[in-house]
Design a protein around this ligand. Sequence first.
Ligand code: PM9
Length: 470
Amino acid sequence: MSKSKFQTMGQQFGRRSWAEPWKIKMVEPISMITAEERLKACQDAGYNTFLMRSEDVYIDLLTDSGTSAMSDRQWAGIMMGDEAYAGSRNFYNLEAAIQKYYGYKYVVPTHQGRGAEHLISQATITKGDYIPGNMYFTTTRLHQELAGGIFVDVIIDEAHDPIDQHPFKGNVDLDKMAALVDKVGAEKIPYVSLAGTVNMAGGQPVSMANVKALRAFCDKHSIRIYLDATRMYENAFFIQEREDEYADKSIAEILFEFCSYTDAAWMSAKKDNLVNIGGWLAVNQAEVAEKARNMVVVYEGLHTYGGMAGRDMEALAIGIAEGVEDDHVASRVRQVRYLGKLLLDWDIPIMEPVGGHAIFVDAKRFYNHIPQDQFPAQTLAAQLYLDSGVRSMERGVVSAGRDPQTGDHRYPALELTRLTIPRRVYTQAHMDVVAESIKAVYDAREQTKGLKMVYEPEYLRFFQARFEPI
Ligand code: PM9
């Protein structure tokens, strides 16, 4: 578990390029369908990239969730599946990996991240509780609300500004925490929902200094800290890069220390942990673990598989160890930055600084003539697909949904279109093609009109809503 070799080489020889710490053993052919076929696919999908068939997509940057390429070792692990209903050896390998790298005591497997969010929300939230968090995430906040909680955004103000260069835009504002405690009382706050990195803020990190200060604050008020660890490896990379005292620590060491300031974590293993399906909840308090284990058998499966096959758990246990390697995380973040630099060089407005898992194009500035209730970020995702078959995702007013109290659209400060880079899947040449397509869409921006929503589902509307051009 050493520091990135590229950093060491760079120091020795001046400028040296980095490269991925893997070579390609198997490929999946992809191709671009014609412009007429793309228009039909877009219309059939109601201008929502979630409703498209993946066969109609050329370069798929919808999400980095479950889209990673597994290694030969992970595929070998698939063959080692112990498909016993109870007590599979793969569960014990998974439990040991989580304990070793994340440090929590009790592990409950789930089918994916939102399964774990459901368990922890139901186990710890009472109706009328307040859940402060460093910006909302769609599924996380929904599960907190379904359990009767009221989410309160306590991220620093800089996170809502797409051009502010703060190095840790995921940080919690402790003054906002103190104001909430004063207003509602600490007994109404079961936990702080802390995400590292912050997806909706552009993959922005939380500093070690901030989590330490938050721990001290929460200890004073007997509030727990629960971590959304989905992209914590990337968060650890930013700490290594930007906090001097961590420059010589490995990602694994930083991860372990960060988690030690928190009481539990939920995980969508489909991201950092390099598997196509899976999730887990890990906690330090026996009573929370017991509640979660009682519920997992109702909603997911037995507490030693939680909705995963034995083989999935084995691939996951191996993915936990592979994903935390310094060279892997460094090359992953640098590929995202490569795309970001191409766009910035053309003055295309994106969320800055570039975060861990994606480039977020700032659709408010990109289409400054399209009002937010005509869905500029959704429009950009559709236009990009029409131009080149590249699939991206809306992260703006559609994703924010409606306020449960008033029923009105929530209008987030950030109106973003996310180009999410799957891990170990695409090359720099793919990034060049993506950047050139965005440039073409940018050059045609003044002729572009917005969208109207013609179908709106009740929950997580961004997944299934349908639109038509205005
Ligand atoms: N994130 C993503 O594409 C997939 C679904 S939403 C489009 O970014 C965090 C920080 C996530 C996340 C999923 C989940 C839920 C929890 N926390 O998708 O249920 O980014 O495994 O995880 C998605 P699951």
